[in-house]
Design a protein. Structure first.
Length: 211
C-alpha cells in the first residue's frame, strides 16, 4: 500500500507531523493496525538502524527518526492494546549504579522500541535491587545494562549475581553495552549478550528472545 510506504519514507526523514498524519489517515481508512506497525513504522526504523550501523546516519538523525516513530505510536499503541497484539517482548533498561551517562542508553531504548520491544527505562545510577524489582514487576524477558566508565562496569556483575540469587537467571536474559564494555567482559561476567552499538542491541535482543 502506497500510504504505508509514505509512512516509512517520512519516518526515515524524521518528519514526525507527516508520520502522525499518515498513520491517522490509514487508521481512519480501516487499515490493519499490525500492518501499519510492521510495514510502516518498523520498516522505517529498520532502515534507520541499518544506516546507523553503516555510519550513513548519526545520532541526531536517529533521534529525529525515533521521535517520528513515537508520533506514530501514540496513535497505534491504544489500538494495538485493544487488539491485544503482543510486541517482541519487554526490556528493563538502565545505566548501572554509580554511572550517570544516558545518551547511549537512550539510543538503545529507541532502537529497541523501533524493533517492537516494550522498553521500561529506569534511568541512570540504578542499583541491582531496582533492576530485579522492575524485571519481576513487568515480567521482563531482558535486562539491559549500560556503563560508560570502567569504574562502574563491575556493577554489571553485581546485577547478574543478584539475578542469580533471586533464581531469575534462567528466566531473564542480561544484555550489556557501553563504550568500555567488550564481548570478553560479557563472557567473563556471564552476560547473555553484548552489543557494540544501539542498532546491534536491537538485533541482539531479538536473538536472545528467540533462543
Amino acid at each position: 500500500m502506497a500510504e504505508l510506504k509514505k509512512i516509512t519514507e517520512n519516518l526515515i526523514k524524521g518528519n514526525a507531523p507527516g508520520v502522525k498524519e499518515l498513520v491517522q489517515k490509514v487508521v481512519d481508512e480501516g487499515e490493519d493496525v499490525e500492518k501499519i506497525l510492521n510495514e510502516g513504522l518498523l520498516a522505517g526504523m529498520s532502515v534507520v538502524g541499518d544506516k546507523f550501523k553503516k555510519n550513513e546516519f548519526y545520532v541526531p538523525e536517529v533521534l529525529i527518526a525515533a521521535r517520528a516513530m513515537k508520533a506514530g505510536m501514540e496513535i497505534l499503541r491504544p489500538l494495538l492494546l485493544e487488539k491485544n497484539v503482543k510486541g517482541q517482548g519487554k526490556v528493563v533498561l538502565g545505566t548501572v549504579r554509580g554511572d550517570l551517562h544516558d545518551i547511549g542508553k537512550n539510543l538503545v531504548g529507541m532502537m529497541l522500541e523501533g524493533a517492537g520491544f516494550e522498553v521500561i527505562d529506569l534511568g541512570v545510577d540504578i542499583a541491582p535491587e531496582k533492576f530485579i524489582q522492575e524485571a519481576k514487576k513487568n515480567s521482563a524477558e531482558i535486562v539491559g545494562l549500560s556503563a560508560l566508565l570502567t569504574t562502574t562496569m563491575p556493577a554489571m556483575k553485581d546485577v547478574i549475581e543478584a539475578l542469580t540469587k533471586e533464581g531469575m537467571r534462567g528466566k531473564v536474559k542480561v544484555m550489556i553495552g557501553g563504550a568500555p564494555v567488550t564481548q570478553e567482559y560479557a563472557d567473563e561476567i556471564e552476560a547473555d549478550g553484548y552489543a557494540p552499538d544501539a542498532a546491534s542491541a536491537a538485533d541482539k535482543a531479538k536473538e536472545l528472545i528467540a533462543v
